[in-house]
Design a protein around this ligand. Structure first.
Ligand SMILES: NC(=O)c1ccc[n+]([C@@H]2O[C@H](COP(=O)([O-])OP(=O)(O)OC[C@H]3O[C@@H](n4cnc5c(N)ncnc54)[C@H](O)[C@@H]3O)[C@@H](O)[C@H]2O)c1
Ligand SMILES: O=P(O)(O)OC[C@H](O)CO
Length: 346
């Protein structure tokens, strides 16, 4: 199979290296100098240092049409903020397309009726004729690049796209499961980033393992309520892109989102925390959008609300925690049942 990967960050590089063992793969970088440096050093020293790029992996910049000519599969591995422009540029392609980004686009304008979109909604808006889907699940780029066992989920309404993703990436160390619920898979991938900032904060303040388990569990309930209101299936949140990625990102020290929470707990400003990462932490950019959209749907997301108040500088780390622990008692809601009530509480 011929594959073109757009975006030579940590995840795009790891995925390209993995696929290059079995397929003809081109990794496209928007920055020509970065592509030249990668080709010369056979390493992505900026985003994934220490990993040798296989000789068979072509690294290109410049004309993207040329880079993806004849591709069976185009992978968009940029941050969420670049997905819209990437999908517009892909209009008319006959290749299957899959995005790897996990987030929600910020609202395009400030009007109260405007809200940020998930990736499949951007697809429906700007390039509905593409045969497309998402590849998600618990996966740190570093571990995939090292060939450590990982399981992903390929979601699309098109069976042929799901099959193409399985054919492209399923191998000895990487299992790829197919799922038709693209809404649930994308909600899991986006919301877990926001929740990982909360668990990073919790661990940075040394609140303990009980508190972390409570945050993850109640976070899963928030994620599920939000997803159900958007049309996702409840069982998706018990799978790789829901519980799986929430646990990985909330507890794994390779997570950039978790790191943001840890750094804020140490008293760093948000700008300092973001600058120190050198990579995108999508939770920082999608937390507000998630909360705005949840409010519009009548869904309570107290943990995500706390993260937004913290990111906006409206509360201190300690006050963000106090706001959560000081909430009035409520029955423990079981997310699928909670979907039946008009106002979901936690
Ligand atoms: N790193 C991981 O472990 C991992 C795993 C799964 C999913 N993801 C998701 O994948 C996405 C990318 O993450 P990453 O870790 O590779 O980020 P990164 O910060 O390491 O790299 C981002 C890359 O995207 C490029 N880029 C930014 N805007 C672009 C544009 N307009 N056109 C082309 N390229 C552009 C940057 O130059 C950079 O190469 C994010 O949404 C992230 O949540 C990351
Ligand atoms: O480093 P993070 O927090 O962006 O998480 C990376 C992956 O999404 C984990 O599945």
């Amino acid at each position: 199979m011929k594959i073109c990967v757009h975006g030579a960050g940590a995840w795009g590089t790891a995925v390209a290296v993995n696929a290059a063992a079995r397929h003809e793969v081109t990794l496209w970088a928007r920055d020509a100098a970065q592509a030249d440096a990668m080709s010369a050093a056979r390493e992505n020293t900026r985003y994934l240092p220490g990993l040798a790029l296989p000789a068979s992996l072509a690294v290109r910049a410049g004309d993207i049409g040329q880079a993806q000519a004849g591709a069976d599969l185009v992978i968009v591995a940029t941050p969420m903020a670049a997905l819209r422009e990437q999908l517009i540029a892909l209009r008319g392609t006959t290749a299957a397309v899959a995005w790897l980004c996990k987030g929600v686009e910020p609202a395009l304008d400030a009007s109260p009726a405007s809200f940020g979109l998930l990736a499949h909604e951007i697809w429906a808006q700007v390039a509905p004729d593409l045969r497309a889907g998402v590849l998600s699940g618990p996966s740190f780029a570093q571990e995939v690049a090292e060939g450590r066992p990982t399981a992903l989920v390929a979601a699309s309404p098109h069976a042929a796209v799901r099959d193409t993703l399985v054919d492209a990436f399923h191998g000895p160390a990487l299992r790829v499961y197919a799922n038709e619920d693209i809404v649930g898979v994308e909600v899991g991938g986006a919301v877990k980033n926001v929740l990982a900032i909360a668990t990073g904060l919790c661990d940075g303040l040394a609140l303990g393992l009980n508190a972390r388990a409570a945050l993850i569990t109640r976070g899963l309930a928030e994620m599920t309520r939000f997803g159900l209101a958007l049309g996702a299936r409840a069982e998706t949140f018990m799978g790789l892109s829901g519980l799986g990625d929430l646990v990985l990102t909330s507890t794994g020290d390779l997570s950039r989102n978790r790191k943001v929470g840890l750094l804020l707990a140490q008293g760093r400003t948000l700008a300092q925390a973001v600058d120190s990462l050198g990579h995108v932490a999508e939770g920082v950019y999608c937390a507000r959008t998630v909360v705005q959209r949840a409010r519009g749907l009548g869904i309570e997301m107290p943990i995500a609300e706390g993260v937004v108040a913290l990111l906006d500088g409206r509360v201190s780390p300690q006050d963000a925690v106090a706001a959560l622990t000081g909430r009035d008692p409520v029955p423990e809601s079981v997310p699928p049942g909670a979907a039946a009530s008009p106002r979901h509480s936690s």
